[in-house]
Design a protein around this ligand. Structure first.
Ligand code: NAG
Ligand code: NAG
Ligand code: NAG
Ligand code: NAG
Ligand code: NAG
Ligand code: NAG
Length: 558
């Protein structure tokens, strides 16, 4: 049985959250099969074993603030056993990255540094052979000036901030030239037709001393996107806001000179990259882990749900039920919207649905195989104790567990958090798209301009030096696990654990086999994706494959 907890590890180049596998020796597996608690038979020894866990797994501080983190003798023992396993892997990876950084920097300098934006491909080509062997996602290096790459990133790589502007929402800022961009529609027209989308990072307009260490200058951007007549999802405007200069903030649009517009797009990329870096902790690790800790303190290790959580788990943490992916994306008007046109292509949602609904299929079969009806769920004293314990654990918005569907949904969400959110925002995402060069420099070397009129040469003076470029790659690849591609660490193998399956039942084992087949097939589909005759894949000029189930790890790595 595997279990993973995120642990803060300070690496040479970045402070990151990491986590890793380890057998749990102290879970005291006693039976050969999972069983539900039955208060009519002798429950004493089972209750006593739970009590031991309650004393050994306590609520402590999270390494970087936020939700509780496990402490206590049993927790510490498990954490240090896990560290003994994952830390060498992280050290090894960091050593490799350090060596490859030296080669990458030498390579860039040997070819004369960066004179043009396209020169930034030198940062990747024939470099990082071990730590980033496939480079950024296909298209990121060649198609970054295409506006559809910029807009469609919001519906794939960075889908967590964009929302449809509702009929009565207050507009963020005016765009006077909107009609000439959209073929006649003003901002208001787009809004009333449900075709306007926005994203708002104005809270990131911090003075430079508060910026991430990678960059010296940045801005907090607000931006609009829209669905045009043909259904394409396109950028309309970006407004970078600098603290102290709010009133004179410029609004950039696709009608600006290419270098000005590119600068604005890069500034929004910085915001999204920064958001992913930190939000994945609060939105993924913290929520899944604190829920897990509450379960350790409430469920017997012989309980089937504890079995699945052990397999599946690895802080301020986000709400639980309100962030079930379908409701969360619906709330932002991106799916099932009764207002405005349906998105023609929504790659994040399409891939996430395949994986998450396959997980839900498994969970439903698993739960139904143990609980004959909803009553059995409400009568399970351990499950109900877990529900109550989530309050003490400060899991926000944990649902009542009074139906079989409710518990299957909880378990599905746990996997979604660790597998999907974490891969898209971190492990298989950020360094491959929303933080890849040249389109997404982590910071700029020049102050944000107060007027337009940049040339490409001017823009180059904002861009990272060779050292800065190498710093950026090496910082973000810390969370990448290319060595796990096609191994049993990937999503396809989520339920592929003999120890776990042996304690379940034939229906659960059949569901696990089906899940694996479904994922294997999906991987084939993802890998077969190509650019069509227009140079697009699902409307995007890049190939987004963060959720290839034979590449993405099945647990939250970083
Ligand atoms: C567990 O580890 C934490 C953090 O290192 C420490 O503060 C705490 O005292 C430890 N508790 C026990 C019971 O060992
Ligand atoms: C290239 O960059 C390196 C490292 O920043 C610097 O030492 C060197 O002078 C640069 N060379 C040129 C030709 O600009
Ligand atoms: C990476 O691999 C390529 C292709 O095999 C090779 O040409 C290149 O020299 C390697 N790069 C380094 C830094 O070893
Ligand atoms: C996963 O694969 C590794 C390497 O092939 C193997 O040593 C290990 O036993 C496998 N683990 C499981 C649970 O199958
Ligand atoms: C996987 O693909 C194969 C070949 O197309 C098909 O026969 C099989 O039914 C698929 N399995 C699942 C679980 O979808
Ligand atoms: C995007 O890049 C790929 C590979 O470099 C290329 O085949 C495709 O035509 C490009 N698409 C566009 C729209 O330029």
């Amino acid at each position: 049985m595997m279990m993973r907890l995120a642990v803060l590890s300070v690496l040479p180049l970045a402070a990151v959250i990491s986590a890793s596998p380890a057998p749990t020796s102290n879970t005291g597996d006693s039976l050969s099969s999972f069983t539900l608690p039955n208060i009519n038979t002798n429950y004493k020894s089972r209750a006593a074993a739970i009590d031991v866990k309650r004393k050994g797994w306590l609520y402590g501080g999270y390494p970087i603030g936020g939700a509780f983190y496990p402490t206590g003798d049993l927790a510490n023992e498990t954490i240090s056993k896990q560290q003994a396993q994952w830390f060498p892997v992280v050290v090894e990876h960091a050593k490799l990255i350090a060596e490859e950084s030296i080669a990458a920097l030498a390579g860039i300098i040997a070819t004369g540094n960066f004179s043009t934006l396209d020169d930034y491909t030198k940062t990747y080509v024939n470099q990082w052979n071990m730590s980033l062997p496939r480079g950024p996602m296909l298209g990121m290096l060649t198609n970054y000036t295409d506006d559809r790459l910029f807009s469609m990133m919001r519906l794939s790589a960075t889908p967590y901030k964009i929302q449809r502007v509702q009929r009565h929402d207050k507009l963020l800022f005016p765009v006077v030239n909107a009609p000439s961009i959209t073929g006649g529609l003003s901002l208001r027209d787009l809004q009333t037709r449900g075709r306007l989308f926005s994203t708002d990072f104005s809270h990131l307009k911090v003075p430079k001393s508060d910026l991430p260490p990678s960059g010296k200058y940045g801005a907090g951007c607000q931006a609009y996107f829209y669905v045009d007549q043909s259904g394409d999802f396109l950028p309309l405007a970006v407004k970078p806001i600098v603290k102290g200069r709010e009133k004179s903030a410029l609004v950039y649009t696709p009608e600006d000179e290419p270098a000005d517009w590119l600068l604005a797009k890069m500034l929004l990329n910085q915001n999204d990259g920064y958001h992913s870096t930190w939000a994945h902790v609060g939105q993924s690790h913290s929520v899944a882990e604190i829920t897990f800790l509450a379960a350790i303190r409430s469920l017997s290790n012989d309980h089937p749900v504890m079995g699945i959580l052990n397999r599946n788990l690895s802080g301020e943490s986000a709400d639980f039920e309100r962030n079930y992916y379908r409701s969360e994306f619906k709330k932002r008007g991106l799916i099932d919207s009764s207002f405005g046109p349906k998105l023609k292509s929504f790659p994040f949602y399409e891939d996430t649905s395949v994986v998450t609904e396959a997980v839900r299929d498994f969970m439903e079969t698993f739960i139904n195989s143990y609980y004959p009806n909803d009553r059995a769920v409400t009568h399970d004293i351990e499950l109900q104790a877990w529900q109550r314990e989530t309050a003490a654990a400060r899991v926000y918005d944990f649902p009542r567990i009074n139906t079989r569907q409710a518990i299957a949904d909880v378990l599905t969400h746990q996997v979604y958090l660790s597998v999907i959110v974490s891969n898209v925002m971190s492990t298989n995402g950020i360094h491959l798209n929303s933080m890849s060069l040249p389109f997404a420099p982590a910071g700029f070397l020049q102050p944000i301009p107060s007027k337009k009129g940049l040339t490409e040469k001017d823009l180059m003076s904002f861009m990272p030096t060779p050292e800065g470029a190498v710093w950026q790659v090496s910082t973000y690849v810390v969370g990448h696990r290319p060595m796990w591609r096609d191994t049993n660490e990937t999503i396809s193998h989520l339920f592929d654990d003999e120890t776990f399956l042996a304690k379940t039942n034939p229906k659960t084992r059949a569901a696990a086999t089906k899940f694996k087949d479904t994922m294997m097939n999906f991987s084939v589909e993802v890998r077969a994706r190509t650019f069509d005759e227009e140079g697009l894949n699902r409307g995007m000029p890049f190939l987004w494959d963060a959720l290839d189930p034979n590449y993405a790890p099945y647990w939250g790595v970083i």
